[in-house]
Ligand binder design. Structure first.
Ligand SMILES: [Zn+2]
Length: 431
């Protein structure tokens, strides 16, 4: 049988599985895996595991015992399902996070009822990313049904805590070899990055806390102390005048969306100095002896983390020269290097081919402004062939009235199935 007629059969089977795909997505939405705290992870994993076991997958439940956030009340349970083909070959892995962010305010319907309106399913996690998870399950099930003699292996995982860094999820599994060769060759993460786009990677992140230290004194005689707030203001002024204009000049060659995120960015996450926040009553007359700032710097593949850090240190040192009583401490909070998969990777080309066949137009290559679990696959698993591809509109993630389009899910599942055929047959691997 030719790959072409196989794909046609798959497209038809997936088109016919539309109701099943909708039901599966709704069932997943109704399991409220809100993170934090990490509710109902085991229920979600068992639901996924039971279904895939009934299709012939070998299912493992892996609790990240003692991992970040793990407790008996909120166990960090992951599920990894694998089905072996009839002959040796590549392994294609679909990884989805099962956690969703809190619904928040502003919903016009129950965020966990999975209501259907005008061809869309509404609910927290529909777009980010249970719709993508369901699409990958339907794609794999169709492939197994239509091509019982497939070579290689297919894996599907549901992992925890992506929304809070993924340490008890993909990172924990990657440390145990679940995202490395020889076990796995290609990883597709069905995050909501548009059905016609292949997401190659993401920008880097550096979070740091800067504390400016002052000297306490009576508020009526501030000249007897040193105000940490004034010191911080001087630093912020330097950033405003010197750093922002420089960042606005730095444009990456990475295809980051939206357009504004192609530049280096810096966000002040929070700032606090002086009187304790939320304190009621009469304020004590004091000079602030401490002011803390948390900054969130997103950097480009053309920049190094060391340079990005140095740039901030240089500004702090410059303020020190201008203000003899200025003193500070800087603490690194969290960092992730940028990652980008080669556009010539067989994985990217297989998805390009699928998008072209299903949607009748060329794919777009993009990169994400923020990080996702690809970082752990690349850094810990040392696997280069990893991208995000899935249905849904990125802007809807984490919003009230989040939804996923049913047609988009069906088409994405068809693209995933077509790409998997090419990857398992090695059609795109040796150009
Ligand atoms: Zn997500």
């Amino acid at each position: 049988m030719s790959a072409g007629s196989l794909k046609d059969r798959l497209f038809e089977r997936i088109g016919n599985a539309r109701d099943d795909l909708v039901a599966l997505t709704r069932d997943l939405i109704r399991i409220p895996t809100v993170n934090p705290p990490g509710d109902a992870y085991t229920d979600a994993c068992e639901f996924i595991g039971r279904r895939l076991a009934s299709r012939g997958f070998a299912v493992e439940y892996l609790r990240a015992e003692g991992g970040v956030g793990d407790s008996d009340r909120y166990p960090r349970t992951n599920v990894v399902a694998r089905i072996e083909g009839k002959s040796p070959g590549a392994t294609v892995h679909f990884n989805s996070h099962i956690d969703v962010v809190t619904p928040g305010e502003g919903w016009t319907m129950d965020p966990f009822a999975a209501e259907i309106r005008d061809g869309k399913i509404y609910g927290r996690g529909t777009c980010d990313m249970k719709g993508g998870l369901a699409a990958s399950m339907i794609a794999a099930e169709a492939l197994i049904a239509d091509w019982p003699g497939f070579p290689g292996a297919i894996e599907i995982s549901g992992t925890v805590d992506e929304e809070t860094g993924g340490y008890a999820g993909v990172a924990w599994l990657a440390e145990r070899g679940y995202f490395s060769q020889p076990r796995v060759d290609y990883v597709i993460i069905p995050e909501p990055l548009h059905k016609d786009c292949v997401c190659l990677g993401h920008r880097g992140v550096w979070w740091a806390e800067i504390e400016v230290k002052g000297r306490i004194a009576h508020g009526s005689m501030p000249f007897l102390g040193t105000s940490a707030v004034r010191g911080m203001a001087a630093f912020l002024d330097k950033i405003e005048r010197e750093l922002y204009p420089r960042l606005n000049q730095r444009r990456t060659a990475m295809p980051v969306i939206p357009e504004g995120a192609r530049f280096s960015t810096l966000n002040f996450n929070s700032i606090h100095g002086g009187l304790a926040e939320g304190q009621d009553g009469f304020p004590a007359a004091l000079v602030a002896d401490s002011c803390r700032l948390v900054l969130d710097r997103r950097y480009l593949i053309e920049e190094s983390q060391a340079e990005v850090r140095q740039e901030i240190t240089d500004l702090l040192e410059a303020v020190s020269h201008e203000r003899p009583d200025f003193s500070y401490e800087m603490r690194d909070l969290w960092s992730v290097d940028p990652v980008m998969t080669d556009e010539e990777s067989p994985l990217v080309r297989a998805l390009d081919g699928g998008i072209e066949q299903v949607l009748g137009k060329p794919s777009r290559h993009i990169a994400s402004p923020g990080t996702y679990d690809q970082k752990h696959v690349r850094r810990i698993g040392h696997l280069k062939d990893c991208v995000a591809y899935g249905p849904g509109i990125l802007d809807l993630a984490h919003q009230p009235d989040e939804y996923i389009g049913i047609d988009d899910m069906v088409q994405s599942a068809q693209v995933m199935a077509a790409a998997t055929v090419d990857l398992l047959t090695g059609e795109t691997s040796n150009a």
